[in-house]
Design a protein around this ligand. Structure first.
Ligand code: ZN
Length: 363
């Protein structure tokens, strides 16, 4: 796989190319950006380029042929450690970093990263789902961040710097990945054949706000219709209007009898809301508009906002506050069952924040 096969993220690639040429690669990076846009694929490609035994590190290119390159592709490279949140867990268990009770410090990511590189080059570790590091896991990582093993590179992959503990944030170089354009998402989906059946692809791609992962999830027509309505509500500056609290409640209830399924569904709705707001922020930042309003072009989320006639009155700061409010709502879902008026409070607060009737600290 060459860099050409990675869609988007040219600015990030250029940044790493410059660092590699100057021999100034950091030991810890935190990749952030919407989920499903290729951060993990980028991290693997970076690892392959730096571990390739046939090319110089300064080239930041992988030959794709040497044993090292092939082992990265097959997931069996001895100097590349990859971990992620197990599907049945809500956090990444600490044993993944320091081994289980019987093998404390004798296995796990931290132990393995400290071993001598098999190929004599670098040791590389990728922690996916870093939004789900437990407090204990974050603490165990501290020592590695403060005293990284020689020639090691650790990449944490999450969605937002706000989801990281300050101890990790302050010791990482943060790399921001932007949402993909609708054309890029369409390109990836069609190339990989990831969505099949009778699906309104252009509508799916528009609603996915630049995320391939969300596009794939939205191939469920019921979800697509709901998310379409959600975005219209968010863009109206009064998300709770027209009894939307009830509509959302019913949608959450329809996930199944099990309260876990309901919690997951509400969490997912939060993901889509964040995706909507984040798209607004990205596009307005990319337009280099110095006014703190949302005046960028080319965003489906922004077009919806414009149709309401309010777009110029909403600041980037207010949108960022809506993202934080949504993250808080999601953390409340994990903390306990869902409080009775959680949905109503969230929607009302989003409206107040957008209409500048409240700041995040006040809600
Ligand atoms: Zn190679």
């Amino acid at each position: 796989m060459s860099w050409d096969q990675i869609v988007g993220h040219r600015n990030v690639l250029e940044r790493f190319q410059k660092s590699a040429q100057r021999n100034r690669l950091a030991s810890t990076y935190l990749f952030v950006g919407p989920s499903g846009i290729g951060k993990r694929t980028f991290a693997l490609k970076l690892a392959q380029s730096l571990l390739c035994t046939a090319t110089a590190e300064s080239e930041l290119n992988a030959c794709g042929q040497c044993p090292s390159c092939q082992q990265v592709m097959s997931g069996s490279h001895p100097d590349l450690i990859t971990v992620a949140k197990p599907a049945d867990k809500t956090i990444i268990p600490v044993k993944i970093f320091i081994g289980d009770d019987k093998h404390r410090r004798q296995e796990g990511l931290i132990h393995d990263l400290g071993l001598k590189p098999f190929y004599g080059g670098r040791k590389f570790a990728i922690i996916d789902d870093a939004d789900y590091l437990s407090a204990l896991s974050a603490d165990t990582l501290l020592k590695v961040l403060e005293e990284p093993p020689p020639n090691s590179i650790l990449i944490l992959i999450g969605t937002s710097p706000h989801k990281q503990k300050e101890t990790i944030l302050s010791r990482s170089q943060v790399v921001h990945f932007s949402a993909l354009s609708a054309d890029q998402v369409m390109d990836i989906i069609q190339r990989n054949g990831q969505i099949e059946g009778e699906v309104d692809l252009p509508k799916v791609v528009e609603a996915a706000n630049g995320s391939v992962e969300l596009a794939i999830r939205l191939s469920d027509p019921d979800l697509l219709d709901f998310v379409d309505l959600l975005y219209s509500q968010l863009a109206s500056l009064d998300p709770a209007r027209d009894d939307f609290t009830k509509t959302l409640g019913a949608f959450v209830d329809s996930a199944g009898k099990d309260s876990k399924l309901k919690r997951q569904r509400l969490f997912e709705v939060g993901d889509f809301a964040i995706c909507f707001y984040r798209d607004l922020l990205h596009r307005s930042a990319e337009s280099n508009d110095l006014q703190p309003n949302l005046a960028a072009q080319g965003s489906a989320a922004l077009d919806r906002f414009r149709q309401t006639g309010f777009s110029t009155s909403v600041t980037q700061q207010a949108v960022a506050a809506c993202i934080r409010r949504t993250l808080t709502m999601q953390s409340e879902i994990h903390a306990n069952a869902m409080p009775a008026n959680m949905i109503a409070n969230w929607l009302v607060d989003l409206g107040r924040l957008c209409r500048a009737e409240a700041s995040f600290e006040m809600v």
